[in-house]
Design a protein around this ligand. Structure first.
Ligand SMILES: *Cc1c(COP(=O)(O)O)cnc(C)c1O
Length: 394
């Protein structure tokens, strides 16, 4: 196989045939300005040094690479965990929020906005805004506000205004649309912090650049003893791409795990690559869940972070070119993954991350003697109530 990862998308913002800029005319100047500002900042040693300093002193990087002894023993597979759950705020999302927050300041924009579903990206953005002295508004569906009261409170304590979105179903897709509308109105003063490797160019590329620290740290930590397989869960795909990009082309089997939800056959899942098809979603050409007429379908997953009907365009490229492969895990399997990791390693993983753990457990028979690295994207404190409800219902 001769496929190569692409250091950056082409002049039209594409990774092969995927990506691009499918955005309203009114947003084009803002996206151009952003692409220019990011390119310039990322080439400036001082900006990069400030970003690295924030990652070490504020986020707590590098996160450890942990040999999971008891889990390895129980599965007969040597398992390493990249501990993104130990990053400040409990997941990888802060790496990107800090990067984009610093960029907003550099662009002279005193205000940031973001969309959030379960509230994880909202909390990361509110945290970055607080430490960097930026004004912050987070758009959140009114239904999600009800469901995620704790994260709403977190954001408010951090000084962020949570704006309820009542249009549509009152969930993530509607919050994205509202945040986009607000950005068009206020682009002079405002930067829009997208939370994953999705959206129009330059977001997928920029967010990957801010997340690739994960895989780069692994290369430093592991020396020449490369793992055979690397596994990461895929919602929009930022923790997975942050891990995969630096490791692509080194002969490692890269495996992205999508949400099979209640089972692919039920139609209630979030497997955009595994069971979707190419189309345009939120400004980018990528794999997505859609009906015959191209209408976006609702995704379903027990984990809010994987409950998205699309995937970042660079993953679509990795899939098509064979740089990575994509599998899926059901809600039930993920719940078993939570308990397995909790009881063997004393770590309660996020439901998202538990998908990666569960895949290794399911496939252990064919992985004997191999070294498998799991990207543990976040901790499960946010999910304990939901895990408790699911246990009670079993
Ligand atoms: C948001 C989230 C994800 C999914 O987002 P990606 O962009 O696919 O990484 C995965 N794990 C955790 C812990 C999250 O909070």
């Amino acid at each position: 196989m001769t496929s190569m990862r692409l250091d950056r998308p082409d002049a039209r913002g594409r990774f092969g045939e995927f990506g691009g800029t499918f955005a309203p005319e009114t947003l084009m100047p803002a996206l151009d300005e952003l692409a220019g500002a990011f390119t310039e900042a990322w080439g400036d040693e001082e900006f990069v040094a400030e970003y690295r300093r924030m990652l070490s002193d504020f986020v707590g990087r590098p996160t450890p690479l942990h040999l999971a002894g008891r889990l390895s023993e129980s599965l007969g597979v040597r398992i390493l965990l990249k501990r993104e759950d130990l990053a400040h705020t409990g997941a990888h999302k802060i790496n990107n929020a800090i990067g984009q927050g610093l960029l907003a300041k550099r662009m002279g924009k005193p205000r940031v906005i973001a969309e959030t579903g379960a509230g994880q990206h909202g909390v990361a953005t509110a945290t970055a805004a607080a430490v960097l002295g930026l004004e912050c508004q987070v758009f959140m569906g009114s239904v999600d506000i009800e469901r995620q009261a704790l994260n709403v409170l977190r954001m408010e304590i951090l000084g962020t205004e949570v704006v309820p979105v009542t249009s549509g179903a009152g969930t993530l897709k509607d919050a994205v649309s509202e945040a986009m509308r607000e950005w068009v109105k206020s682009v002079e003063s405002t930067h829009y912090i997208i939370g994953s490797v999705v959206g129009p160019h330059p977001f997928p590329w920029m967010v990957r650049e801010f997340q690739k620290v994960i895989g780069e740290e692994v290369l430093d930590q592991i020396g020449s003893d490369l793992p055979d397989i690397v596994v990461a869960c895929v919602g929009g795909g930022s923790n997975a791409m942050g891990m995969f990009y630096p490791l692509a082309g080194l002969g490692i089997d890269l495996v992205g795990i999508e949400a099979a939800g209640e089972g692919i056959a039920t139609g209630r899942h979030g497997a955009s690559i595994g069971a979707g098809s190419p189309g345009v979603l939120h400004g980018t050409h990528t794999y997505m869940l859609q009906d015959e007429e191209g209408q976006v379908l609702e995704a379903h997953s027990i984990s809010a972070g994987l409950d998205y009907p699309g995937v970042g365009p660079e993953h679509a490229y990795f899939h098509q070119s064979g740089l990575a492969r994509y599998e899926s895990i059901t809600d039930e399997e993920a719940l078993d993954g939570v308990e397995l990791l909790a009881r063997t390693e004393g770590i309660i993983p996020a439901l998202e991350s538990a998908h990666a753990v569960a895949w290794v457990a399911r496939e252990a028979g064919s992985l004997q003697g191999k070294t498998v690295l799991i990207n543990l994207s976040g901790r499960g404190d946010k999910d304990v109530e939901q895990i408790g409800r699911a246990r009670a219902g079993r």
